[in-house]
Design a protein around this ligand. Structure first.
Ligand code: ADP
Ligand code: SF4
Ligand code: MG
Length: 352
């Protein structure tokens, strides 16, 4: 039998993951010296898959998302590769998001990759009606589109985000909406380019393939949080979106993610299928997050003692060593590599 030789299967776009990060590193200048909030991060996200990126505040989660969106703060240096195979208007099968020019980055944002943030008030313009902001997001990628079509698409986007009375809400300002409705308006805006009737290939329009949600429910109370998580799950199903869900709360990620990546001081310390990681965490930090999650623990909560180290003063060995109850002397000698911890499961700990 003749077996075709595929030299680099990862370049077959049908087989390539939607996103493949290889050694993504972000460095930022601060008065205390350069810090590395994202340090040699590699992972893949398959088409339609949901990956939860978890870690305490300050572990570099937002910086990673901003690097993918091409929105890093001025002066930041970025290294590594971020291969994306869902660009609508690109003839290339995969593009390295980190190597795109400014115009290409703008084209990718909103059209191919949509992002929603923790606090919609900072992302929405307070002096502009909600509908006008969504219209602007649509027009940014499809300049020639008629007023009637924009109006139809704005209402469709609000409806898709399950905003009740979309015509009324479109005429309101962000402060007139509740926290939950603002987050829905934000989701509507992020996905406004995702319209069934929009041109899909080689044109201005197209469907986002990836939604990055950076702590989208952190500012909401538990009931509203649950509704937003359900909305995201439904949108994923309906639109075939992959989701990169960023949170500090393992309890939330358990509800939305197929796989989990745990981040600590800029590095991934554990990855694996959600169920497996939650049932059998192999890194002491992940186990600590589990014991500290109000939604996953029925008995007494045990917060992890201490705090994430300053990125300007990282310990020489395992970054978690100063807080780890299981540490042994050799933990301080060198930073452990990610080790195999089972099928699709890795952990950066010498005990594995
Ligand atoms: N604009 C900035 N300039 C300098 N340092 C920053 C900036 N934004 C974030 N940082 C630092 O980068 C690190 C990671 O931040 P961030 O990605 O926001 O973490 P997370 O989203 O996990 O809470 C933190 O130490 C933070 O202080
Ligand atoms: S390498 Fe050592 S200090 Fe680090 S998590 Fe494992 S046991 Fe704890
Ligand atoms: Mg953040």
């Amino acid at each position: 039998m003749c077996v075709p030789v595929v030299r680099n299967p990862s370049y077959d776009v049908a087989m390539a993951p939607l996103i493949e990060l290889r050694g993504l590193t972000v460095e930022i200048p601060t008065p205390a010296g350069w810090i590395r909030p994202v340090d040699d991060v590699s992972f893949v996200l398959e088409t339609g898959e949901s990956l939860g990126l978890v870690g305490e505040s300050g572990s570099g989660k937002s910086m990673l998302a901003l690097a993918l969106m091409g929105l890093l703060p001025p002066g930041a240096k970025v290294r590594g590769e971020a291969w994306f195979s869902g660009a609508n208007a690109s003839s290339a099968s995969r593009v390295n998001l980190l190597a795109l020019g400014e115009r290409e980055k703008i084209a990718v944002r909103g059209r191919d990759i949509a992002m929603i943030f923790q606090e919609p008030m900072t992302a929405l313009n307070p002096v502009m009606r909600v509908g006008a902001q969504i219209a602007e997001a649509i027009r940014a990628h499809e300049p020639g589109i008629s007023r009637e079509e924009i109006h139809r698409r704005v209402l469709a986007a609000l409806e898709r985000a399950a905003v009740p009375e979309p015509a009324v809400r479109a005429r309101q300002y962000p402060h007139q909406l509740s926290g939950g409705l603002r987050q829905r308006a934000m989701i509507a805006m992020a996905l406004a380019g995702n319209d069934e009737s929009a041109p899909r290939e080689n044109g201005a329009g197209g469907k986002p393939r990836l939604l990055i949600a950076d702590e989208p429910t952190t500012a909401l109370d538990v009931t509203v949080q649950k509704q937003i998580l359900e909305l995201l799950a439904q949108l994923r199903r309906d639109l075939g979106l992959a989701l990169l869900f960023i949170t500090h709360d393992l309890g939330v990620v358990a509800q939305v993610a197929d796989r989990i990546a745990v981040s600590y001081a800029g590095r991934i310390v554990e990855t694996g299928p959600s169920r497996e990681v939650l049932a059998r965490p192999r890194h002491p930090y992940t186990a600590g997050l589990l014991r500290a999650s109000p939604q996953l623990v029925r008995h007494k909560l045990e917060p992890i003692p201490g705090a994430v180290p300053a990125l300007t003063a990282l310990p020489p060995g395992c970054a978690f060593e100063p807080r780890c109850a299981l540490r042994v002397p050799e933990c301080a000698a060198a930073m452990p590599e990610l080790r195999d911890a089972g099928p699709g499961h890795t952990a950066r700990c010498i005990l594995v």
